[in-house]
Design a protein around this ligand. Structure first.
Ligand code: DON
Length: 313
């Protein structure tokens, strides 16, 4: 079999980005968080971080994006490290929903209101509830320190504008939280939880940082550049499994069939991907498809998967 070494030049990536960009006109930028409407629909950029420390990129990779739902994988890892598997899975399940990421329906039809998985909004709120610390500020700092360590970048912080914009309009996430509070899944003040959650979702970085975090998951929790273990291997394995089964929401099944890369998306248009023992991927393309995934980003990953034989299946 011929082994094609993937993504070893910027020109190669650029050609793929140019092709995938044709999709951006078929999607739209998220508008339910007002601050995200400022994004340029036609942007598409990608960074690849190889385990030997080499990086390749295409597009405007200095642009900062907020993590949004990509943060759910990271808080899941931290909560697992804080509370262990039993502690986390008392509050949240293992199963995909087939519903949109912010759906409330299963909280009512499944008794109790235990969210089905940690990647939907309800599940992520339950996971954020588990992050240890005496105050929102201390918990936020713990999340930030963890993410800075993963990215190997001490400057990472959150966008106050995006956090405030979401906090002021997060009626649905408040509703999900009250359902869960009713059933004892969470027991903290809902406004306090929303304060922490919206700041977590507004943590911002560029595609290169995102690809570096994808690499740490790809290396089963080790940063190969600093030769430092950041996440226990078992926690990295669990997170990547959820990326496969629920990372692209109710498009996760089709994405697994057509792309087959553990990946997590966010409504800002980011996607983080992990190719085991090889490289991490960070994508930014704010034009979204109907499920809330970056339309150009999904196309780009599909082309990369086909060209370089990246599917894990
Ligand atoms: O809670 C929300 O709705 C957002 N902060 C994050 C949702 C999200 O990114 C879904 N992704 N595709």
């Amino acid at each position: 079999m011929v082994v094609i070494l993937p993504c070893q030049s910027n020109e190669e990536l650029n050609a793929l980005v140019m092709e995938a960009k044709k999709q951006t006109k078929h999607g739209k930028v998220a508008d339910y968080i007002p601050a995200l409407m400022k994004a340029n629909r036609d942007d598409l950029s990608v960074a690849i971080y190889h385990q030997d420390g080499n990086c390749y990129s295409a597009g405007d990779i200095e642009q900062k994006i907020t993590l949004q739902s990509i943060s759910k994988v990271l808080t899941l890892a931290l909560a697992l490290m804080d509370c262990g598997e039993d502690g986390v899975f008392q509050k949240v399940g293992y199963e995909p929903t087939g519903d949109p990421f912010n759906s409330i329906i299963k909280l009512e039809t499944n008794r109790s209101a235990k969210p089905l998985n940690p990647m939907i909004n309800a599940g992520a709120l339950a996971v954020t509830h588990l992050i240890k610390g005496e105050s929102v500020e201390e918990r936020l700092q713990r999340i930030l320190e963890f993410i800075r360590d993963l990215a190997g970048h001490s400057e990472i912080s959150y966008s106050k504008e995006v956090a405030t914009s979401e906090f002021e309009t997060a009626y649905l996430n408040r509703s999900l939280s009250y359902y869960m509070k009713q059933d004892g899944i969470i027991d903290e003040d809902v406004e306090q939880l929303l304060d922490l959650y919206t700041k977590q979702c507004a943590i911002e970085m560029d595609c290169l940082d995102l690809s570096k975090i994808g690499l740490v998951f790809a290396m089963d929790g080790i940063d190969p550049v600093r030769e430092k273990r950041i996440i226990p291997a078992e926690v990295a394995r669990l997170c990547k499994t959820f990326m496969v089964t629920c990372g692209m929401y109710n498009a996760s099944g089709e994405f697994a069939v057509r792309v087959g890369i553990p990946a997590k998306s966010g409504v800002s248009g980011g996607i983080m991907g992990s190719i085991r023992n090889r490289f991490g991927i960070g994508i930014f393309g704010p034009s979204l498809d109907q499920q809330g995934n970056s339309i150009g980003g999904v196309k780009l990953l599909k082309m990369m998967s086909e060209k370089y034989n990246l599917s894990i299946f």
